[in-house]
Design a protein. Structure first.
Length: 79
């Protein structure tokens, strides 16, 4: 049995300028659908993020210090 030869169809592509303008139009349409936060919502969200960064940094610092002390104690006992 012979395999049938495949025939490639030529697909017309839009020019780069047409494609770019279509892309920009699509972006504008999608951006008009976005629900933007108010200034107050943005301020509150930013404050929450900053506070959580500090809380997690302190937690990681405490855990790191505790593990360092534990490993130093283990090394002193073994060595």
């Amino acid at each position: 049995m012979r395999a049938e030869p495949t025939v490639e169809k030529s697909v017309a592509r839009p020019g780069i300028v047409t494609a770019a303008s279509e892309y920009i139009k699509d972006v504008r349409v999608e951006m008009s659908k976005v629900s933007w936060p108010t200034r107050e919502e943005l301020r509150e969200s930013t404050l929450v993020v900053i506070v959580m960064v500090f809380v997690i940094a302190i937690f990681i610092g405490i855990v790191d210090r505790g593990l360092s002390l534990a490993f130093e104690a283990i090394i002193k006992m073994v060595g």
